[in-house]
Design a protein around this ligand. Structure first.
Ligand code: HEM
Length: 385
C-alpha cells in the first residue's frame, strides 16, 4: 500500500494563484507542513525553514534532474564552485560596478519617469534588470529581448512542470552562451566582463566546462531578470500605497538599504526553492519518507507572526538576521550585495525623479502568479516637482 498522504492543498488552484501571499498565510496557519500532488511537501513556518536550510545532510539540494551550478549541489562539491562564484560579488567588485549601475538607472529614469503616468513593470523594472544583467555579464544590449523572452518562457514551463520545454529552454540558453564563448575565443586579446573571466576559472584543477559556465550564467540570469524586476515592482507598489513610508524615504534616502529588505520581507519577490530528503525525517508534525521533494516557501516564512510580530507592519526596528529574503546557510544568496546595491540605486532614482508616487484608482495593479511573485503590471501616477 502506498504511504503517500492525500493532498492538503493545490498550489496551482485559481484561489492560490490569485493572491499567493494570502494563500500561503492561510496554509501556515492551517497546515504548516503540507502535501500536494504538484510540489509534494511545502514548508511554511520560519522555524521549519531555518532547520532545513541548516541541515543540508538531511535536506539535499540535489532536487533537480539537470545540472545547476551551484544551486543543486551539496557540500563538499558545492563549496568548490561556490568559492569561484563569491569572487564576483565582493565589495571591491560592487564599488567598481556601482557607477555603471547608476548610469543605467539615470538613463532609464529620465525616459520612463518623464510623463504623468508609468506602467512600472514594463517601462522601468524589467528594462532595468535586463540592462544591468547585460552590463554585468559584458553582453551586448541586443541580448535584452531574447533574454526577456527566455525568462518568460522559463517561468511558464516551470508552472506547467513541462520537462520537455524546460530541457529545451536549458539547451537554448546553453546555445546562447556557446555563441558568446565562441565569439570570445575568436577575439584577440581579453574581452571585458565576467563571462570572459569565468572562462579562465579552474575547478578541481581543470577549467570550467562550457556546460558549467552556461549553468552558472543561467542561475545569475534567473536571479537578476526575474527577482530584481519583481523586487522593483513590489517596492514601487508598497511606496505608492504607503505615503508615510514614501515620505520617510524621500526625507532620508540612506534608509533605503534597510527599508528595501523590510518591504521585501513583507512581500517576497521569490516564492520558493527546492530540497530533497535523504532519509526519513520528522518536520513539524509530519513524518516525511526518504527521497521526498520539499519546497521552502520564502514568502510565508518571512511573514510568520511567531518571528515577525504584526508581519504586515513596516518596521525598521526588526532584527535583520531573521529576514530570510536572501536565504541562510550554505546556499545563502551570493548575489545579495549586487541585488541590494541595484535596488538602492533604482528606488533612489524613482524617488528622485518624482515628487509623489500613487496608485491609479481605475487601473489597479495586476499580481504576478506562480512561479513569479510581485506584479505583472503596475500603473503608477507620478507627481512632478
Ligand atoms: C532581490 C533579488 C534576489 C533575491 C531575493 C534572491 C534570493 C535568493 C535566495 C533566497 C537564495 C537561496 C536559495 C536556496 O537556499 O535554495 C538565493 C540563491 C542564489 N542566488 Fe539569489 N536572490 C536575488 C538576486 C540574485 C542575483 C542578482 C544573483 C546573481 C547575479 C543571484 C544569484 C544566486 C545564486 C547563484 C544562488 C545559489 C547559491 C548557492 O546555491 O550556493 N541572486 N538567492
Amino acid at each position: 500500500m502506498s504511504s503517500m498522504p492525500s493532498a492538503d492543498w493545490d498550489p496551482r488552484s485559481p484561489a492560490v494563484l490569485a493572491d499567493q501571499r494570502r494563500a500561503y498565510d492561510r496554509m501556515r496557519e492551517r497546515c504548516p507542513v503540507a502535501h500536494s500532488d504538484y510540489l509534494q511537501w511545502s514548508v511554511f513556518r520560519h522555524a521549519d525553514v531555518l532547520r532545513i536550510l541548516h541541515d543540508h545532510a538531511t535536506f539535499s539540494s540535489q532536487a533537480s534532474s539537470h545540472l545547476s551550478v551551484p544551486n543543486s549541489m551539496d557540500p563538499p562539491e558545492h563549496s568548490a564552485y561556490r568559492a569561484i562564484i563569491e569572487r564576483y560579488f565582493t565589495a571591491e567588485r560592487m564599488t567598481a560596478f556601482e557607477p555603471v549601475c547608476r548610469a543605467i538607472a539615470d538613463e532609464l529614469a529620465a525616459v520612463a519617469l518623464s510623463g504623468e503616468e508609468v506602467e512600472l513593470m514594463g517601462s522601468f523594472a524589467q528594462p532595468f534588470a535586463l540592462r544591468i544583467q547585460c552590463a554585468f555579464m559584458g553582453w551586448p544590449l541586443s541580448l535584452q529581448e531574447p533574454l526577456l523572452s527566455w525568462a518568460t518562457r522559463n517561468s511558464q514551463a516551470t508552472l506547467q512542470r513541462d520537462r520537455t520545454a524546460l530541457a529545451a529552454l536549458a539547451a537554448e540558453f546553453e546555445e546562447l552562451v556557446a555563441g558568446l564563448l565562441a565569439q570570445r575565443r575568436s577575439t584577440e586579446g581579453p574581452a571585458p566582463g565576467v563571462t570572459s573571466e569565468l572562462m579562465n576559472e579552474r575547478v578541481h584543477g581543470r577549467p570550467l566546462s562550457d556546460g558549467e559556465i552556461a549553468s552558472i550564467l543561467r542561475n545569475w540570469t534567473v536571479g537578476e531578470v526575474g527577482t530584481i524586476a519583481a523586487s522593483v515592482g513590489i517596492i514601487g507598489e508598497f511606496l505608492a500605497s504607503h505615503p508615510q513610508v514614501q515620505q520617510q524615504l524621500r526625507d532620508d534616502p540612506s534608509l533605503l538599504w534597510k527599508a528595501n529588505d523590510e518591504i521585501l520581507r513583507i512581500h517576497g519577490p521569490l516564492v520558493d526553492n527546492r530540497r530533497r530528503t535523504t532519509c526519513p525525517v520528522q518536520i513539524g508534525e509530519r513524518q516525511l519518507a526518504a527521497d521526498q521533494r520539499v519546497t521552502i516557501n520564502w514568502i510565508s516564512a518571512n511573514r510568520d507572526p511567531d518571528v515577525f510580530a504584526d508581519p504586515d507592519q513596516f518596521s525598521l526596528e526588526r532584527d535583520p538576521s531573521l529576514n530570510l529574503l536572501y536565504g541562510a546557510g550554505v546556499h545563502v544568496c551570493p548575489g545579495a550585495p549586487l541585488a541590494r546595491m541595484e535596488l538602492v540605486i533604482i528606488i533612489g532614482k524613482l524617488l528622485e525623479h518624482t515628487s509623489q508616487l500613487a496608485l491609479i484608482e481605475d487601473q489597479p495593479p495586476t499580481l504576478a502568479s506562480y512561479p513569479s511573485s510581485g506584479f505583472a503590471s503596475l500603473p503608477l501616477r507620478l507627481g512632478r516637482r
